[in-house]
Design a protein around this ligand. Structure first.
Ligand code: NAD
Ligand code: DAU
Length: 332
């Protein structure tokens, strides 16, 4: 049995990773370390509660992390503050968790010589022009725009430096925008779906011309497993479906799939410094490791995702009111 430690495993992608791993990879035992911030919940792991060990704690707690890493063969590091709008309002937890937390994990895996996979984002590369056909590659220069992406860029740099200077056995991945079950209602797709389910109008930042590349969370996590199995140590892999849409087009698709009028939404003030377009070239992952998305286009995964939110109000309802109050304070 391989003992796997998953940091941030009570959040959106980390919890889906835990579910995915338990369903498909019986050779792993899974232990989750999560601080249960506003973004993490035990209820997200309720279905697998008796099959994991859950540790409630902070990834910046060096003594705790050291002990957990010593007792694991492999660490998959998802824990982070993840929401751009929150980072614009208060960057401090982002600097702490994303930079200091990654440093803490790195020092522990260095001490105990454990394999690490670091989860990151395409936002570290900044943005691309609207209407351009450029794509980020593994060689693109880092040029983050927001406090969130700057701290994720810092965390990636630490991992790369620990690989080179100390020979830490790590890989990195930078994924495009994810969607799927258990995504917090602060994020674009769940916010709009749950607005409609609650009888409220969706909210589009600015003109909605901004473009994102949507990747199903299970496709992200399948890629992470391929990298764990066969990725080359020290290497970075970009992950993305290749399916790009403007925010306005995504919102119109949600309205259509939920049987609402295409005009049934509000424009709200734009996000400061809003990145225009993200697009990844995931050719390296596809060529070297044979990754193919099961959901090559957003439409193919969105219907099930909407159904999931329709069927699981118990999961998202407790966060909805507080999230909308926060957006109201931000004027968005
Ligand atoms: P999320 O906000 O849903 O979950 C983050 C989890 O980390 C939560 O369970 C939270 O409680 C936990 N956490 C936060 N601070 C912690 C701390 N100090 N100690 C321990 N646990 C802590 O985030 P997500 O969307 O699931 O993102 C997970 C990772 O994937 C992040 O590293 C993010 O940068 C990256 N990523 C996200 C996306 C996306 O579209 N959501 C895309 C690419 C990469
Ligand atoms: O690209 C990967 C990144 O994707 C991850 O690293 C981040 O953790 C994740 O949050 C996501 O960042 P974005 O800022 O792109 O995602 P978000 O869901 O916040 O917004 C997606 C787009 O939708 C963005 O252009 C802003 C816009 N938006 C968002 C919300 C919440 C709206 O128009 N209206 C909204 O209500």
């Amino acid at each position: 049995m391989t003992r796997m430690l998953v940091t941030g495993g009570a959040g959106f992608i980390g919890a889906n990773f835990v579910h995915y791993t338990l369903a498909r990879r019986p050779e792993y035992t899974v232990r989750v370390l999560d601080a249960l911030t506003y973004a993490g919940g035990r209820r997200t792991l309720a279905a697998v509660d008796d099959r994991i060990e859950f540790v409630h704690g902070d990834v910046c707690d060096a003594a705790l992390v050291d002990g957990l890493v010593a007792d694991s063969d492999l660490v998959v590091h998802f824990a982070a503050e993840s929401h751009v709008d929150n980072s614009l309002h208060d960057p401090s937890p982002f600097v702490r968790t994303n930079v200091l937390g990654t440093y803490t994990v790195l020092e522990a895996v260095r001490r105990h010589d454990r394999r690490l996979h670091h989860i990151s984002t395409d936002e570290v590369f900044g943005d691309l022009g609207l209407g351009s056909d450029g794509k980020f590659t593994e060689e693109s220069p880092y040029d983050p725009s927001s406090p969130y992406s700057a701290t994720k860029a810092g965390s990636d740099m630490l991992v790369r430096a620990w690989v080179r200077s100390y020979g830490v056995r790590a890989t990195l991945s930078n994924c495009a925008n994810n969607y799927g079950a258990y995504q917090h209602v602060e994020k674009f797709i769940p916010r709009q779906v749950t607005n409609l389910l609650s009888g409220h109008r969706p909210k589009l930042f600015g003109t909605g011309a901004h473009v994102r590349e949507w990747t199903h969370v299970d496709d992200h996590n399948a890629a992470v497993h391929l990298i764990l199995d066969r990725g080359r140590l020290g290497e970075t892999y970009l992950i993305g479906s290749g399916d790009e849409h403007s925010n306005k087009a995504v919102l119109e698709l949600i309205l259509d799939l939920m049987g609402e009028s295409a005009a049934g939404y509000d424009h709200v003030p734009d996000r400061p410094g809003h990145d225009l377009r993200y697009s990844t070239d995931s050719g390296k992952l596809r060529r070297e490791l044979g990754w193919q998305p099961r959901y090559p286009d957003l439409r193919s995964g969105l219907t099930d995702t909407i159904e999931w939110y329709r069927d699981n109000e118990w999961w998202w309802k407790p966060d909805k009111e507080r999230t909308e109050e926060r957006y109201q304070q931000l004027g968005r």
